[in-house]
Ligand binder design. Structure first.
Ligand code: DON
Length: 304
């Protein structure tokens, strides 16, 4: 498969397209980004790297971080974790409060904000230094210890985290949060404020395409069973109330973030990350989704 030729075709097609979406502004620091940025990076298990555009520029990974915290929590805690957070698609926006009231403080899945907050709480209970552990994990799976948070984005989200605080308070009232609201909020916002490039995310996601192993040195990071489960949750819940649409159009497990990134996985084949800051009304990168749809259409390959 000539991936570079296909990526070049996608690049040419994108140059004629204008996004109708908007950069996220509810975290004011994110609104400062140049909305014209676009990067794409495909890392093939067998044949290496293919890319174009701003693929090496770091951006705010935001909710893509939820895949890494879920991976850590599944490794450390086992199946008890799923008594506190379910694995069903929510069909609701990522920051919605309504379902939680009806479902007694048990979030539908680990990728909506409520679910990711429960995962953060579980990691805080388990670890002495959760922030360090989180960065160490990213350094291990990427082989790059320079990856870190953007302090301005971290502070900016802290000043505007009323909805996440509301989610935490509601879940605490149902007994599903063990630690202080402020402590959980702080760790969650920290994980979301990490910056990585498309290239780095494609390397980090390789364990989900490669049976839980790092490609660089074959280290087993996650068991194949955990990888199966994480990919299943990405497929059904990775795009919130647009998970069906993403499956329909792209046909790969993946995870988006309001920084405009999307990382996706073709198990046994490749990882691919796109970055384009303008979001559609569901909070997912509009041109990023389009580029990934083109990739699976032009290659004729998806998991379906
Ligand atoms: O909690 C928030 O709202 C953000 N830190 C992350 C949300 C996000 O990335 C949703 N993804 N599309």
């Amino acid at each position: 498969m000539d991936y570079q030729q296909i990526l070049n075709q996608i690049k040419d097609e994108l140059s004629t397209k204008q996004s109708t979406g908007k950069v996220a502004s509810y975290i004011p620091e994110l609104a400062k980004i140049n909305s014209e940025k676009f990067g794409m990076h495909l890392h093939c298990i067998n044949s290496g790297h293919y890319n174009f555009g701003d693929n090496e520029e770091r951006f705010s990974i935001q909710s893509i971080s939820k895949v890494f915290t879920l991976s850590r929590a599944m490794s450390l805690l086992g199946d008890d974790l799923f008594k506190r957070v379910d694995v069903e698609p929510s069909g609701n926006p990522f920051n919605s409060l309504v379902q939680l009231e009806y479902e007694q403080g048990i979030p539908r899945n680990p990728f909506i904000n409520a679910g990711a907050l429960v995962i953060s709480d579980a990691l805080i209970s388990e670890l002495e230094h959760p922030k360090k552990d989180f960065l160490d994990f990213i350094h291990e799976i990427t082989g790059d210890s320079s990856i870190t948070i953007n302090p301005q984005v971290y502070i900016s989200e802290k000043k505007h985290s009323y909805r996440n605080a509301a989610l935490l308070n509601l879940m605490k009232s149902f007994g599903n949060i063990e630690n202080d609201i402020e402590t959980v909020l702080d760790f969650y916002i920290y994980q979301c404020s990490v910056e990585m490039s498309c290239k780095e995310l494609s390397t980090a996601f390789m364990m989900y395409a490669n049976q839980g192993k790092k490609l660089a040195d074959n280290t087993q990071i996650l068991s194949p069973q955990k990888v199966k489960r994480i990919n299943a949750i990405m497929q059904t819940c990775g795009f919130y109330d647009e998970a069906g649409e993403f499956s329909f159009r792209v046909g790969l497990p993946g995870k988006s973030g309001v920084g405009g990134g999307i990382a996706a996985v073709h198990p046994g084949q490749y990882t691919v990350t796109v970055w384009s800051p303008c979001l559609n009304p569901k909070g997912n990168s509009e041109l990023g989704m389009h580029a990934l749809e083109q990739l699976t259409t032009l290659t004729g390959l998806s998991i379906f």
